[in-house]
Design a binder for this molecule. Structure first.
Ligand code: SAM
Length: 327
């Protein structure tokens, strides 16, 4: 038996995105509808013990990186306990977190102590009024969370900015200056047609090739690499420590090197962000499956991974929201 997960296209899957809730304390217009209250009942959510068992099975089969996400993971009660348990799984090399940082000022130190090493923070605008229009949230809380991430020792701290025409595409140079000042890494992301909200937002789609060309007119950009296993193409701004990553699922998809799968809070494994291929683990866990049968189920689930998304060909296909799948 192999201890690697290889999908039907020969890609090695060594990265798990773990969504711990579909709830969020922000309402980014391109992600969640304003009235969204969550799809799942909390009794459907996997318990920390169930998550630990399942992640343990993935790690036993060669998964080396886990990113905790959501929804907003900091809204899940007891998250540091879950993180601490995951960090102790032998063989798991990299435990990271995606957050909107609203609650990070309060939780940064305890999460760092629990074993999370890296953090990605979503931040689409540095202007309070605009930030509120995009997210319905308070920018000051996010900035406080970001600063706390720096002092708590997360390294690197990455900022994820979804670039949208007519919404925030005039702020990229400001974001570059902000990231240089605070020693953050910047990742620019194209909007994807995920859920009704994401589909509506494609009117704001910007090809990041254009943005890169615009930045090249201002800065000397050198090719760079960034550890972390993600799909971003990085450049370094010459004369600074700033690295900028371009994540281009639409203009230049990276499915051929996709190494990840996504587990939702209710124990559904999605094999692709842009397709509906899935496998349900909760019934197996609750029926008392053995460890070896659980590993067999994980191996089987990976055989369902499709070769690529079809965001361009079938933009109406993915009805679930990003916060449900785990972005
Ligand atoms: N709450 C956490 C956060 O804010 O990072 C984690 C979950 S959030 C769904 C993960 C990422 O997905 C965020 O960076 C968000 O901007 C991004 N996202 C959500 N909907 C998207 C869409 N339609 N297109 C591109 N990115 C999207």
């Amino acid at each position: 038996m192999t201890d690697h997960l290889i999908d039907p296209c020969g890609r090695r899957v060594d990265y798990l995105r773990l969504s711990v809730t579909d709830r969020c304390d922000l309402r980014c217009f391109y992600c969640l509808p304003a009235e969204y209250r969550g799809d799942d009942e909390p009794e459907d959510w996997l318990t920390f013990a169930e998550i630990g068992r399942l992640v343990g099975a993935f790690v036993a089969l060669g998964v080396r990186r886990v990113r905790i996400t959501g929804g907003e993971p900091l809204t899940r009660k007891g998250l540091p306990d879950l993180a601490g348990g995951l960090a102790r799984i032998p063989g798991l090399l990299d435990l990271s977190l995606s957050t909107n940082a609203v609650g990070l000022a309060r939780h940064a130190h305890v999460l760092r102590a629990a074993g999370i090493r890296r953090v990605n923070v979503s931040l689409d605008s540095l202007r309070a009024e605009r930030f509120k229009q995009i997210t319905r949230g308070n920018l000051d809380k996010v900035l406080a969370g970001l600063m706390a991430a720096g002092t708590a020792g997360f390294a690197p701290v990455k900022i994820n900015m979804v670039v949208m025409k007519g919404v925030n595409d005039d702020e990229i140079e400001d974001m570059v200056a902000f990231c240089i000042e605070h020693d953050f890494t910047l990742r620019l992301i194209e909007t994807m047609p995920v859920g009704d909200t994401g589909r509506d937002a494609t009117a704001h789609f910007v090809d990041l090739g254009e943005i890169r060309a615009r930045l090249e007119a201002h800065y000397d950009l050198e090719p760079a690499v960034m550890p972390g296993g993600g799909p971003a193409h990085y450049v370094q701004v010459a004369g600074t420590r700033l690295r900028i990553g371009f994540i281009t699922p639409i203009s230049q998809h990276f499915c051929a090197t996709c190494n990840r799968v996504r587990l939702t809070a209710d124990g559904t494994l999605y094999l692709c962000l842009g397709q509906d291929h899935r496998f349900e683990f909760r019934p197996l866990l609750r029926a008392g499956i053995s460890d070896s049968d659980l590993q067999d189920a994980v191996r089987h689930a990976i055989t369902l991974k499709p070769d690529r998304h079809e965001f361009l060909e079938k933009p109406r296909q993915v009805v679930r929201f990003m916060a449900k799948t785990g972005g």
